[in-house]
Design a binder for this molecule. Structure first.
Ligand code: SAM
Length: 254
């Protein structure tokens, strides 16, 4: 089932990659028995709702290639492509992306230390390279003054992804500061966005983003909806964003 679903996305896995997904599943279930990582542990459900869902981002790239004539700038097979996953939790979507597209460089960021410990264990056991973890708040890592200019993560990524972390206004403030000009922020939403999009429109443009499109579909052989919202970074994020940790969620830009 897993492999058939992947065919729909044009992804074919090697034996090593299949093995890595199985190892990841086993570690997820094992660690979930003593820490809160996921409510989903059934094998088929994890394959569909975590792994397939994470990889469904290829549909956003297909959409861009069809509608913008290759303007998507980079591909998930490009070793120069730097990706950050904000609020990655147990590693979604960042780890499935790294397994399926091993050339990309991935940073997994989460504010919960114990989840980051789990991610480090997964990376070590699966033997993944070109992937690192960060513990802390997105707001702190994206500040221009958090670290010196060589080290700040502000505007250093081609692609920022995030699933199930916050409403779009808050999320834009957490994510867009990490994205390079012309790069992308792709948010995994579940419904067609109308009200949320209206509410977040001002935040997206203040933070330097422009909505490029939405790709709405059902995950293969399921009734699970996914909506990938594609936001292009068209200008630099003003230095005053992100505001101090907690404020983007407490007082979203309106
Ligand atoms: N993305 C994962 C998924 O789809 O399964 C996890 C989603 S979980 C509901 C939200 C995660 O975002 C939590 O692990 C939480 O610690 C993290 N988080 C929330 N706000 C954050 C922030 N400001 N900076 C970093 N991580 C944050």
């Amino acid at each position: 089932m897993f492999e058939n679903d992947l065919k729909e996305f044009g992804i074919q896995l090697s034996d090593l990659q299949k093995f890595q997904f199985m190892q990841y599943y086993e570690l997820l279930v094992e660690w979930n028995s003593f820490m809160n990582l996921t409510a989903i542990t059934d094998f088929d459900e994890v394959m569909k709702k975590h792994f397939i869902d994470s990889l469904s981002i290829v549909k956003a790239f297909d959409y861009m290639n069809e509608n913008f004539d290759g303007k998507s700038v980079f591909s998930l097979n490009d070793a120069k492509c730097k990706v950050i996953d904000i609020g990655t939790g147990a590693g979604f979507p960042g780890i499935p992306l790294k397994i399926a597209f091993p050339d990309i460089k991935v940073t997994l960021l989460d504010s919960l230390q114990k989840r980051v410990k789990f991610l480090d264990e997964v990376i070590g056991k699966l033997g993944l390279s070109g992937i690192d973890t960060l513990h802390g708040r997105a707001e702190d890592y994206a500040k221009p003054d958090k670290l010196n200019e060589d080290k700040t993560l502000r505007e250093k990524y081609d692609l920022c992804v995030s699933r199930a972390v916050a409403n779009l206004s808050t999320l834009s403030e957490l994510c867009l500061p990490f994205v390079k000009k012309d790069g992308l922020f792709i948010s995994y939403k579940s419904e067609k966005l109308t009200d949320e999009l209206k509410e977040a429109g001002k935040a997206v443009s203040m933070l330097g983003g422009k909505i490029e499109g939405q790709v709405y579909f059902e995950l293969p052989d399921s009734d699970i909806n996914r909506n990938l919202l594609i936001i292009r970074k068209v200008k630099s994020t003003p230095a005053k964003f992100p505001r101090k940790a907690g404020l983007p969620a407490k007082e979203p830009i309106k």
